[in-house]
Design a protein around this ligand. Structure first.
Ligand SMILES: Cc1cc2nc3c(=O)[nH]c(=O)nc-3n(C[C@H](O)[C@H](O)[C@H](O)COP(=O)(O)O)c2cc1C
Length: 199
């Protein structure tokens, strides 16, 4: 298989990475749809879990996902607003490792309201359960499937958080039969520093 056109071009690699992130938001079937989110646990241990990528603003260099205010990850991000996002597309043989700082948008906040309004009724339903996620329950079936929250309704909005990740660095790794390629992009303000790394 031939390597992609952007194989040996740092600028094109970066543009392709952002294009894939944007596709992850738009395309349910994209491998970039469901990154692994890494945070620092409250006692300092690493924590990872899958989230759905809900937003990508290439101009602002931000990514967004949604979660429950009562979740462990929110407590962790309140303590240390640092996130790592890991993406791997087996078809493209491409891994992205992204590091950034997080802002939690909740309650009376335009970002949270817009994100809530743009969510599907079934996605909003996740935030309506009384018992905080991660709490022990008596029976597996103790929490019934919640009904969808229709457009315009705010049931569950109190528990809803839109997390915006300001991207500080992207590490790009392509595994190619003609040789692997690895690059790092870091930002200082709007200035990007790009370098190849030994793979
Ligand atoms: C495919 C998939 C998508 C998920 N998307 C989200 C998500 O967008 N937001 C979220 O809070 N949890 C999501 N989860 C659940 C998390 O992986 C995790 O189990 C849960 O949020 C609790 O994590 P925490 O205790 O570290 O906060 C998803 C899980 C899977 C398997």
């Amino acid at each position: 298989m031939n390597p992609p056109a952007h194989y040996d071009d740092l600028d094109a690699d970066l543009a392709h990475a952002w294009a894939m992130l944007a596709r992850g938001v738009a395309d349910r079937r994209s491998a970039f749809r469901t990154p692994t989110l890494g945070t620092i646990g409250v006692v300092g241990s690493p924590q990872v879990r899958t989230v759905v990528l809900r937003g990508c603003d290439v101009g602002r260099r931000t990514l967004r996902f949604h979660t429950d205010l009562r979740s462990g990850k929110v407590a962790e991000l309140q303590l240390r607003p640092l996130a790592a996002l890991h993406f791997y597309d087996a078809g493209q043989k491409l891994q992205l490792r992204i590091a950034g700082t997080t802002q939690l948008h909740h309650d009376d906040d335009d970002v949270a309201r817009a994100a809530w309004a743009a969510s599907q009724a079934m996605s909003r339903a996740c935030y309506t359960q009384d018992v905080a996620p991660g709490r022990p329950i008596e029976r597996a079936s103790a929490i019934p499937q919640a009904a969808g929250v229709p457009d315009g309704a705010t049931t569950g909005f109190d528990n809803f958080v839109a997390v915006v990740v300001a991207v500080h660095s992207i590490e790009w790794l392509y595994l190619g039969s003609q040789g692997h390629r690895r690059a790092r992009f870091t930002w200082d303000g709007d200035q990007v520093q790009a370098t190849w790394l030994a793979p």
